[in-house]
Design a protein. Structure first.
Length: 925
C-alpha cells in the first residue's frame, strides 16, 4: 500500500476549547460522543477526552474482537493530548490522570450498555492522587468503585460468564460493602471512613480472585483496553440485543466508546453529581427539573442508593420538601448550571436531559441529549416552544409521535397511583388508555351490569363475535389468550376501548367465576385496573384521569396540525353517535357509512326482520314489498347521520355483505319469517339453502347484489336522495357521495349508475327540484379494479380504496384466517409488519399507485380517498399523502392521529425535496 494514503480516522478528540466532532456526527460518534463535542464547541465546561468511532465497533465484532491496526496509535495520541489538556498523566505515580470509559450508541439505549469509571487507579497511582488532593477517603472510594464496576463489566460480563442468580461478582462485592457498613453500624455509604474503604479494597481484591479465578489488573493500560473492549462487546450483550429487537434498532449500527478525564463528585460536601431536564418531562411544564446528590459519583443518583435531592425550590413536592436543593446548597453553581441549561435549550431548540458533576465547587457537563417525554408533555412542549418562537409550526408538528397523541385521547390510570403499585400480571397492550372496574366473565353479565350503570371489565379466555354486546357494555376487555390482531384487540381498537390481550399469567375458571393470578384469586365483582397502553394489570380499584379532548393544549396543537396539513381527514361512522364523536375529534366528513350496520346491535330487531323477509323473497314483487317496508328505516338512518355531519360530505356505501349472513339459524326465527312471508317451513329452508355459498366473502355480495336485484340499490339511493332533499329543505348542507362496493369492471358501475340516475330524476321531479347535488363513485378493493382504473374512472367520480379487502385479495390471505400463520410470518421476518395494519407499500401500494395514476389519466379531478383500517395508521397516511390522495378516513378515535400524521407527511415531504439552486442574476457581480 502506498504510504501517502491517508489513514482512516478512528478517534475524535474533544477538550475545553475545540472538538473534532459535532452534534451532527451521531452515526460515527454515537449520541453521547457527538453531543459531548457539541457542548465543547459552544463553550461549556466538559472534561477533555476522545471518542472511538462506531466503525471500530463493527470492525471489532466482525474480526474476532481485533482492532484496526491504526487504532492503538490514534488512541495513544489522543490520550497524550488529553493529558496535556488536564495537566496530569495516565498511570503516573505522582500525578495520575483517571478516565471514564463510556458507551454511546446512535440511539440512546438507557441502561443497556456499560460504563467504567475511575480507570487508571491502582495501589501506586492512588498514593499520588492522595498526595495531590489531600483527600484519602475520596481516592479509596473511587478505587473500590473501579473494582466493583470493572470486575463486573470487563472481567465477568464481557468474558461471557453467566453467573447464577446472586452469584455475580458485583452482588458479591456489594454484599461485602453491606457487611462492612453493618459491622460499623452505618446507615449510608458516605459514613464509611478512609480506613474502612482501604480495608474494603483488600477484601474486594480477594473476592475478585476467588469468584473469577483471576487477579484484578493493576496495570492502567490493561485496565483501559479491557474497558474499551468490554464496551464494544456490550453491544452484543444479551440485554442490548433484546432491547434493539424491541426498539427496531439495527445491529449494524454499533456503539462508540468515549474515554474522558474523570471529574469527581465524591470529593466531599462541595462536590456533587446530578441529572436534570430543561423542562419537566412528565408534565411538559417549563421549569428546570432535576435531582442531585452531594458527595456522590456516577450512577448514585439513579441507582436509588440514597434518595436524591431536588435541584431547585420549584421542583419540590410533598416527598422532597424537607430535602436541600442545589439552589440553596450551592447558589453560585446552581446559577451557572441554570444558565447552561438555558443556553443548551436555545441551542438545541428542544427539551434536553443533562448529566453534570460538581468537583469542589467547579461545574462540569458530562452529557446532554434530547429528553424522553410522555404524550401530554410532548404536546405541551411542542406548543410552548412554538409560542416562544423557539421552533416553527412545522417543527412543532414533528415533535409529537402519533402514538404519544394516542395517550391523550383516552382516560388513563392516575400515573401517581400507578407508580406506587405493582402490576399483578402483564399482557399485550391492545387498546390504549386505562380502566378500573368490576370483573365480569360473560357478555350477558356485562350487559346486565351496564344496564345498572356499573363499570365492568369483561374478562374472557378470548372473545368472538358473539361477545360484541358485552364488549360494548364493558368499559374494558381483558383476555388470557390472543395476539394484537385477535378479535378482542381489533374490536377494542376500533372503539378506542381499553384492552389487554394474551395475558398468559392469568387463569380463568369461567365455571367458578374466578380468576387466578399467581396466588391471588379474584371473584366476579372484584375490582381490577388495566393500563391498556402498557399491558399492565393491577388488582383493586385505582383513581383515573380524564381524557384530554377538552384539554386546551391538545386542541391548540391539533389546530397547528390543521394549519400544516393539506389532506382531509374523514371518519368511518355508521351511526349519528359515532359521527358526532368523530366530529368532535375533528373529522371533516364520513369516508365510509355502512348501511348494513343498522341491522346489527341496538334497535336492529325490526329492520333486521324486514331485511330477512326481503332476502327470503323469491319474486321481485315479494322483494319490493319488503323493501318498501325497509325504506323508512334506511332513510331515517341516513338522514340522522348526514345531519350529524352537516356541512361535510358523507360517503354512503350500498349494501355490501353476502345476504345469507343475515339468515337466522334458530328454528323459531325461521318459523316466524316463513309465517310473515306466508310460506311453509320447508319452502323457507329451501330458499335459505339456495343462498348458501362455499366462499361467501368472494361470492354474491357488493355490486353483484345490486346487479341481480336492482330494486335493492334503487331503494337505498331513493332513501339517500329523499333524506338529502329533506335536509336541504330544513336549510342544512348535506352532501352525499354514493359508493358502490366490490367493483371489478366499468360495466358493473355503468349498470348501477343508470339506476342511480333514474332514481335521482324520479325523486327530483316528484319533489319538484332541479337537482340534488351528489357524487357517485366506487370502492377500489379488487386488484382488477386497480388495473382497469382508467376505464372505471370514465364512470366513477371518486375512488375510495378499501385496503382491507385489497390487502386480502392481493396476498390471497383471508383476513379472518390469518391467525394460523401470520404470527410465524412476522416472527420469521417473512413479512416486516402485519399488512392489515400498515399498507404493504411494495405490493398493495404498487396497485394503489397504478390505480391513482390510471384513474387520474382519465379524470384529472378524480377525488381519491381511503376507507380501510389503514386510514388511521401514520405510515400509511404518509403514503396516501405521497400518492396525492384528497382524504383519508378512519375510525373516530384515530382521527386526531390521522390529522397529525397528515401534517407530518407534509413537513417530511418538504424536507426531502432537493433545494433548488438559485441561479446568479446576470449582469451583476
Ligand atoms: P449511561 O449511558 O448509562 O448514562 P454514562 O456514560 O453517562 O452512562 O455514565 C454514567 C455516569 O457516570 C454519568 O452520568 C456520570 O455521572 C458518570 N461519569 C461518566 N463519565 C464521567 C467522568 N468523566 N467524570 C465523572 N463522572 C463520570
Ligand atoms: Mg449518562
Ligand atoms: Mg370490502
Amino acid at each position: 500500500m502506498a504510504k501517502d494514503v491517508k489513514e482512516k480516522k478512528f478517534v475524535y478528540f474533544f477538550c475545553g476549547k475545540k472538538a473534532e466532532g459535532t452534534a451532527k456526527m451521531k452515526n460515527l460518534l454515537g449520541g453521547k460522543g457527538a453531543n459531548l463535542a457539541e457542548m465543547v464547541n459552544i463553550g461549556l465546561p466538559v472534561p477533555a477526552g476522545f471518542t472511538i468511532t462506531t466503525e471500530v465497533c463493527t470492525y471489532f465484532n466482525e474480526h474476532g474482537k481485533k482492532y484496526p491496526q491504526e487504532l492503538k496509535r490514534q488512541v495513544n495520541e489522543a490520550l497524550k493530548r488529553t493529558e496535556t489538556e488536564m495537566g496530569a498523566k495516565f498511570g503516573d505515580k505522582h500525578n495520575p490522570l483517571l478516565v471514564s470509559v463510556r458507551s454511546g450508541a446512535r440511539a440512546s439505549m438507557p441502561g443497556m450498555m456499560e460504563t467504567v469509571l475511575n480507570v487508571g487507579l491502582n495501589d501506586t497511582t492512588r498514593e499520588g492522587l492522595i498526595k495531590k488532593t489531600g483527600n484519602a477517603r475520596f481516592v479509596y472510594d473511587s478505587q473500590r468503585r473501579l473494582i466493583q464496576m470493572y470486575s463486573d463489566v470487563v472481567m465477568e460480563k464481557a468474558a461471557g460468564i453467566e453467573p447464577a442468580e446472586g452469584k455475580g461478582v458485583r452482588v458479591q462485592l456489594e454484599r461485602e460493602l453491606h457487611k462492612m457498613k453493618e459491622s460499623k453500624g452505618y446507615m449510608v455509604d458516605t459514613e464509611l471512613t478512609a480506613d474502612d474503604l482501604k480495608k474494603l479494597i483488600e477484601i474486594y481484591k480477594k473476592k475478585v480472585q476467588t469468584v473469577l479465578g483471576k487477579p484484578f489488573p493493576e496495570d492502567p493500560m490493561e485496565q483501559l483496553w479491557g474497558a474499551i473492549g468490554a464496551v464494544f462487546q456490550s453491544w452484543n450483550g444479551k440485554r442490548a440485543i433484546a432491547y434493539r429487537r424491541f426498539e427496531g434498532i439495527p445491529n449494524e449500527w454499533g456503539t462508540a466508546v468515549n474515554v474522558q478525564s474523570m471529574v469527581f463528585g465524591n470529593m466531599g460536601d462541595s462536590s456533587a453529581t446530578g441529572v436534570a431536564f430543561t423542562r419537566n418531562p412528565a408534565t411538559g411544564e417549563n421549569y428546570f427539573y432535576g435531582e442531585w446528590l452531594p458527595n456522590a459519583q456516577g450512577e448514585d443518583v439513579v441507582a436509588g442508593i440514597r434518595t436524591p435531592n431536588p435541584i431547585n425550590e420549584v421542583g419540590k413536592n410533598e416527598h422532597t420538601i424537607h430535602l436541600q436543593s442545589l439552589e440553596t446548597a450551592m447558589p453560585k453553581v446552581y446559577k451557572a448550571l441554570n444558565k447552561i441549561q438555558h443556553n443548551l435549550e436555545d441551542h438545541y431548540k428542544n427539551m434536553l436531559d443533562i448529566e453534570f458533576t460538581i468537583q469542589d465547587g467547579n461545574l462540569y457537563m458530562l452529557q446532554c441529549r434530547v429528553g424522553k417525554r410522555n404524550g401530554p408533555a410532548a404536546v405541551k412542549m411542542a406548543l410552548d416552544m412554538y409560542r416562544e418562537k423557539l421552533i416553527t409550526k412545522e417543527e412543532a408538528v414533528l415533535r409529537v409521535e402519533p402514538s404519544q397523541l394516542d395517550e391523550l385521547l383516552h382516560p388513563i390510570l392516575d400515573p401517581a397511583a400507578e407508580s406506587t403499585t405493582k402490576p399483578v400480571a402483564k399482557g399485550l397492550p391492545a387498546g390504549p388508555g386505562g380502566a378500573t372496574g368490576k370483573i365480569v366473565f360473560t357478555s350477558e353479565a356485562a350487559v346486565e351490569a351496564a344496564k345498572k350503570g356499573l363499570q365492568v371489565i369483561l374478562v374472557r379466555e378470548e372473545t368472538n363475535p358473539e361477545d360484541i354486546e358485552g364488549m360494548r357494555a364493558a368499559i374494558a376487555i381483558l383476555t388470557a389468550r390472543g395476539g394484537m390482531t385477535s378479535h378482542a384487540a381489533l374490536v377494542a381498537r376500533g372503539w378506542g376501548k381499553c384492552c389487554i390481550v394474551g395475558a398468559g399469567g392469568i387463569k380463568i375458571q369461567a365455571d367458578k367465576r374466578t380468576l387466578t393470578i399467581g396466588d391471588t384469586v379474584l371473584k366476579e365483582g372484584d375490582f381490577i385496573s388495566l393500563n391498556g397502553s402498557k399491558g399492565y394489570i393491577y388488582s383493586g380499584e385505582m383513581p383515573m384521569i380524564k381524557a384530554a379532548e377538552e384539554n386546551p393544549d391538545f386542541q391548540a396543537f391539533m389546530k397547528l396540525c390543521d394549519a400544516v396539513r393539506t389532506m382531509k381527514v374523514r371518519t368511518n361512522a355508521d351511526t349519528p353517535d359515532d359521527a358526532a364523536k368523530a366530529r368532535a375529534f375533528g373529522a371533516e366528513g364520513i369516508g365510509l357509512f355502512r348501511t348494513e350496520h343498522m341491522f346489527y346491535g341496538k334497535n336492529a330487531e325490526e329492520p333486521l326482520f324486514i331485511l330477512r323477509k326481503m332476502i327470503a323473497s323469491k319474486t321481485e314483487a315479494e322483494r319490493r314489498k319488503a323493501l318498501d317496508e325497509l325504506f323508512p328505516y334506511v332513510k331515517a338512518d341516513i338522514k340522522g347521520t348526514m345531519d350529524a355531519m352537516d356541512g361535510y360530505p358523507v360517503t354512503i356505501r350500498t349494501l355490501d355483505p353476502p345476504l345469507h349472513e343475515f339468515i337466522p339459524h334458530s328454528a323459531s326465527g325461521r318459523k316466524l319469517l316463513a309465517e310473515s312471508l306466508g310460506i311453509s317451513g320447508t319452502e323457507f329452508d329451501r330458499r335459505a339453502e339456495a343462498l348458501d355459498e362455499t366462499n361467501p366473502m368472494m361470492g354474491h355480495r357488493g355490486v353483484r347484489l345490486g346487479i341481480t336485484y336492482p330494486e335493492i340499490t334503487e331503494m337505498q339511493v331513493r332513501a339517500i336522495f329523499e333524506a338529502t332533499a329533506e335536509l336541504l329543505k330544513e336549510g342544512k348542507k348535506p352532501f352525499p357521495e354514493i359508493m358502490i362496493p366490490v367493483t371489478s369492471s366499468e360495466n358493473e358501475l355503468k349498470h348501477q349508475f343508470a339506476l342511480i340516475d333514474k332514481v335521482h330524476q324520479e325523486v327530483c321531479s316528484r319533489l319538484k327540484i332541479k337537482e340534488i347535488k351528489h357524487l357517485v363513485g366506487t370502492m377500489i378493493e379488487i386488484p382488477r379494479a386497480c388495473l382497469t382504473a382508467d376505464q372505471i374512472a370514465r364512470t366513477a367520480q371518486f375512488f375510495s380504496f378499501g385496503t382491507n379487502d385489497l390487502t386480502q385479495m392481493s396476498f390471497g390471505f383471508s383476513r379472518d384466517d390469518i391467525g394460523g400463520f401470520l404470527p410465524d410470518y412476522l416472527e420469521k421476518k417473512i413479512l416486516p409488519v402485519d399488512p392489515f395494519q400498515v399498507i404493504d407499500f411494495e405490493g398493495v401500494g404498487e396497485l394503489i399507485k397504478i390505480a391513482v395514476q390510471k384513474g387520474r389519466s382519465t379524470r384529472k379531478e378524480l377525488k381519491i380517498g381511503i376507507c380501510g383500517e389503514h386510514g388511521g395508521e401514520p405510515a400509511s397516511v404518509e403514503f396516501c399523502y405521497q400518492q396525492g390522495f384528497n382524504y383519508v378516513s378512519c375510525s373516530p378515535f384515530r382521527v386526531p392521529i390521522a390529522r397529525l400524521a397528515a401534517a407530518q407527511a407534509v413537513v417530511k415531504a418538504k424536507a426531502l425535496k432537493p433545494v433548488k439552486k438559485v441561479k446568479p442574476k446576470k449582469g451583476k457581480k
